[in-house]
Design a protein around this ligand. Structure first.
Ligand code: FAD
Length: 429
């Protein structure tokens, strides 16, 4: 039974990995490398720079990890791009498309190395991902992608016939699908908590409740204004993604904040959860209004996510929509209780690709389009290397123009129309 009164409006992940509540240290007068944002992008950048011997300060508007990094579904994907491989090859040519897609695989390798070398206990598992086909006419496109990903990248992806899909999802809802063996799941709250601990142990000051209000540049010198004082920085790296505000207007005009929501069920019989998600894998589907879901790491709950409204709606409205969808996939879950419901902001871009680069002396990485768990850690690391002038910071995403739209200044008024159009296309093709 879904009753908003019984539901906690906070991420399920925060039960085990609560956000740190503490007084931030004072703002230093100077820092070598300033980082804005304490999500995966910012913390990975901070860790890389600190381990290279640089003096680093992280500025966070809320409590550390307040943004998407501790709120997401925990799906780790080796093909995280919104642009399909076939589309990338048609647009960029074969070599560039292969280079781009290899960055997705590299991001998973990077994350796995980070978790292992830093000994972060976060229930990471390379359990794969099932993509369910929602309409028969989505099948040929998915099959073509599978063939290309096998041929061009040697990825372990395969089509799953409807008769065999019960091995990947205990439901007849989809018409078969795709299984991607290179993908996995993680507890994002614990991943973030572990990363924060390593960053602080490396000597970085992470200043919560210290929003950067604006950045001024005089020659090579940068000055960051915060309500608690201003700081001069030699280098500035920015990881604000879907939470980018007016502090850096150039970036605000390029990131599109899109809201995504998740609900968590009450504890269920673990045998039932095992039957519904037999491989402990991530599940998504071919819809434009995609749903993403999984079992909780303890195998007792289902976490169902999606972007029902795309724009900020009251959490209970989005939660209700997710609950209704869950009942369609698994009728046996109609009537179960919901304990947590929450939302967070993704960073979309106008060209449907993530971006890393430098503008006016400010380094940035973001625009992960809802698939940033591995990519944000990877590009955060690369951004720090680029800011330090290290050739190892090179990526296939470098030197690309970062488009915006005339009259767009950070308020995505068009998303309501986009969401309606997506729902129409999902239903009628
Ligand atoms: C509900 C949800 C589900 C998702 N599911 C998945 C998934 O299953 N798999 C996947 O790969 N990806 C998923 N994502 C996307 C993924 O979480 C993000 O791409 C990734 O966490 C982005 O990390 P980040 O560090 O760039 O940004 P964030 O973690 O959002 O951090 C940005 C931070 O910047 C801070 N900030 C902004 N402006 C300022 C300022 N002026 N001064 C100081 N601080 C500032 C914000 O407060 C925020 O804490 C999901 C996202 C959401 C919201």
């Amino acid at each position: 039974m879904f009753n908003p009164k019984d539901v906690k409006n906070a991420p399920f992940w925060w039960d085990e990995a609560p956000r740190p509540v503490r007084e931030p240290a004072s703002v230093p007068k100077e820092t070598d490398i300033a980082v804005i944002g304490s999500g995966f992008t910012g913390l990975s950048a901070a860790l890389t720079a600190a381990r290279a011997g640089r003096q680093v300060t992280v500025f966070e508007a809320q409590e550390p990890g307040h943004g998407a990094s501790s709120r997401n579904g925990g799906g780790v994907g080796a093909t995280p791009f919104k642009i399909k491989y076939s589309e990338a090859e048609a647009k960029l040519g074969r070599d560039a498309a292969v280079r781009l897609y290899k960055e997705g695989i590299a991001s998973v390798t990077h994350l796995e190395h980070l978790i292992e070398s830093e000994q972060i206990r976060c229930h990471y598992k390379r359990s794969g991902r099932f993509t369910g086909i929602h309409r028969a006419d989505a099948e040929p496109g998915l099959r073509k992608e599978v063939e290309l990903l096998q041929d061009r990248l040697g990825l372990d992806v395969r089509m799953i016939a409807r008769a065999d899909q019960q091995a990947h999802i205990g439901s007849d809802f989809y018409l078969g699908g795709r299984f991607s063996a290179h993908d996995g799941v993680v507890h994002p709250g614990l991943l973030h908590q572990g990363l924060l601990e390593r960053v602080e142990a490396a000597g970085v000051a992470v200043l919560g409740h210290t929003p950067v209000l604006n950045v001024q540049r005089e020659g090579a010198a940068l000055t960051l204004q915060t309500p608690r004082g201003s700081v001069k920085a030699n280098k500035l790296v920015v990881g604000t993604n879907g939470y980018t505000g007016g502090a850096i207007p150039w970036l605000e005009r390029r990131f599109i904040p899109v809201t995504s929501n998740i609900i968590a069920t009450q504890e269920l019989d673990p045998a039932l959860v095992r039957r519904l998600v037999p491989k402990d894998n991530m599940i998504i589907d071919t819809k434009r209004t995609v749903h993403y879901y999984r079992a909780s790491p303890d195998g007792k709950r289902i976490l169902m996510g999606g972007r029902p409204a795309m724009r900020e709606a009251h959490w209970s409205v989005s939660a209700r929509m997710l609950y209704d969808f869950m009942g369609k996939v698994w009728p046996e879950l109609s009537g179960v209780g919901i304990t947590h419901a929450w939302g967070g902001r993704l960073g979309f871009t106008f060209d449907k690709l993530p971006h890393i680069g430098e503008h006016d002396g400010i380094h940035y990485a973001g625009g992960y389009l809802g698939s940033g768990v591995a990519m944000s850690n990877y590009l955060g690391h690369k951004m720090a290397l680029q800011a330090m002038g290290e050739p190892a910071g090179e990526t296939a995403l470098d030197n690309r123009s970062f488009p915006t739209m005339p009259f767009y200044s950070g308020n995505p008024w068009f998303l309501t129309g986009v969401a309606a159009y997506y729902r129409f296309r999902d239903r009628f093709g």
